[in-house]
Design a protein around this ligand. Structure first.
Ligand SMILES: Cc1cc2nc3c(=O)[nH]c(=O)nc-3n(C[C@H](O)[C@H](O)[C@H](O)COP(=O)(O)OP(=O)(O)OC[C@H]3O[C@@H](n4cnc5c(N)ncnc54)[C@H](O)[C@@H]3O)c2cc1C
Length: 411
């Protein structure tokens, strides 16, 4: 095992896949091979969604394929052995209740209660310092869209445009928003008292504004001494470094720590398509290189201000993951500094996760759980992402193949 403080080598497949049996590795190879075929993914995702709608018995098939690769279990309890196994390799967990697509106050309240249970569960496990929440699981999409539309029309700082936009809502809509606000507040407050951090996922630009405002408000309440609440910054957006800098200024002036989970962003095609159709300038960087540059500049900004910023490097990009490690070193800071954390999705980029852990970094797997029918949208996104993210599937396959060959030779 490499000694902590040496830069991690992401080529070390023995370390990366130590936790996987030969059979599990071969299954992963099969899955990534299937996912590397865009046509199969297109047909497969449509067929599965249709079969679920028709009530056909496809749960067994999903459970033994995509589900076992990308999901921690159907219930909280089923995630216990997965979390324990990761813990034995010093890998932590960001627990994600991944149920999506349910509409109505009754379901949103149920989701809030489930998040409260997830927090209690996390607090009793040694390696679950974070939970993740998705605002669209707690609020009506159209409500977020309406508030967003009103906010972007006002040329003022974030919290001022939020307040002004709220004043424009009808009493019923304002009431509905009050319920969303109190769900988020309850979750963040409970998490803080249990010393569990909460990350809010970033969404499409046309609903992101109210989410940003909610995060800023909760950070001020919860992050006085430690970053317990994190907003997510999508660096494929041209405006996000400037926005993060303004959030950092606000936090410093009001005496709290900014929590920033950095991602590149998951909705690029959708964003560009909508901008083109509706005739506004695309909010997305023109090239992958521009996104990479902005990601790394933002990372640098966070690490330069690590006293006042908590940062999560949420990425499968080896260069950015290594850059974070090297920047800490440059500043004489330890890789397990309490304000920095790395994270990769469960089932992907084990070479980054397990090698960072061996190098002494605080790193986690983002581990979703939920009933099969309810996590299908998440699974479909993983399948599509692995076809559309240039090189990701090829990289996974090369590493798995390399490890299988190594095991065959050392047997
Ligand atoms: C732990 C974790 C949590 C996440 N949470 C969220 C979340 O809350 N919200 C969210 O939106 N996403 C989230 N993601 C997904 C993330 O945004 C990326 O889609 C995914 O991780 C791929 O980016 P990368 O940095 O890992 O790697 P890379 O493979 O280096 O980057 C691929 C990404 O680069 C960008 N890109 C690709 N081509 C271009 C181009 N031509 N022009 C401009 N940009 C381009 C896209 O964002 C693409 O996804 C999360 C990912 C992880 C690992």
């Amino acid at each position: 095992m490499p000694s902590p403080s040496l830069p991690p080598s992401f080529d070390n497949t023995a370390l990366a896949f130590n936790y996987k049996s030969d059979a599990a590795l071969k299954k992963a190879r099969f899955l990534f091979t299937v996912m590397s075929n865009p046509l199969l993914v297109l047909v497969g995702t449509r067929l599965v969604s249709w079969a679920i709608r028709m009530g056909l018995p496809v749960n067994g098939l999903i459970r033994s394929t995509l589900f076992s690769q990308f999901i921690g279990g159907e219930t909280l309890e089923q995630t216990v052995p997965v979390a324990a196994k990761l813990n034995s390799f010093q890998v932590k967990v960001i627990l994600d209740y991944a149920v999506e697509g349910k509409q109505g106050d009754h379901f949103y309240d149920q989701a809030r209660d489930q998040f409260l249970r997830v927090i209690d569960f996390a607090a009793t496990h040694p390696n679950i310092p974070f939970i993740s929440i998705k605002l669209t699981g707690l609020a009506r999409f159209e409500l977020l869209e309406e508030l967003n539309k009103r906010m972007v029309a006002i040329d003022k700082p974030l919290l001022a445009r939020y307040e002004l936009a709220l004043n424009q809502l009808s009493p019923a809509t304002l009431n509905e928003w009050g319920r969303v606000f109190s769900r988020i507040e309850k979750i963040c407050f409970h998490a803080t008292t249990k010393k569990i951090a909460v990350t809010l996922d970033a969404e499409e630009t046309w609903i992101q504004e109210p989410l940003d405002a909610l995060c800023a408000i909760q950070m001020e309440l919860c992050n006085k001494k430690f970053p317990f609440v994190y907003n997510t910054y999508q660096l494929y957006r041209t405006d996000r470094l400037t926005f993060l800098q303004s959030m950092h200024e606000l936090a410093t002036s009001r005496g709290y720590i900014t929590g920033a989970k950095l991602v590149r962003g998951a909705y690029m095609e959708k964003e560009r398509k909508r901008a083109a159709e509706m005739g506004y300038a695309s909010p997305i960087n023109p090239t992958k290189e521009a996104t990479d540059l902005l990601y790394d500049q933002t990372l640098r900004f966070c690490i330069d201000n690590l006293n006042q910023v908590g940062v999560i490097v949420a990425s499968h990009n080896e260069e950015s993951s290594l850059l974070a490690f090297n920047l800490l070193k440059e500043q004489g800071l330890p890789p397990d500094h309490p304000h920095i954390h790395w994270s990769q999705l469960y089932g992907m980029s084990d070479n980054i996760t397990f090698n960072l852990a061996a190098a002494g970094c605080s790193v986690s797997k983002y581990l979703p759980f939920g009933p099969i029918e309810d996590v299908v949208p998440y699974l479909m996104r993983r399948a599509q992402e692995n076809t559309s993210v240039k090189g990701q599937t090829g990289k996974e396959l090369r590493l798995i193949q390399k490890e299988l060959v190594r095991r065959a030779h050392s047997a």
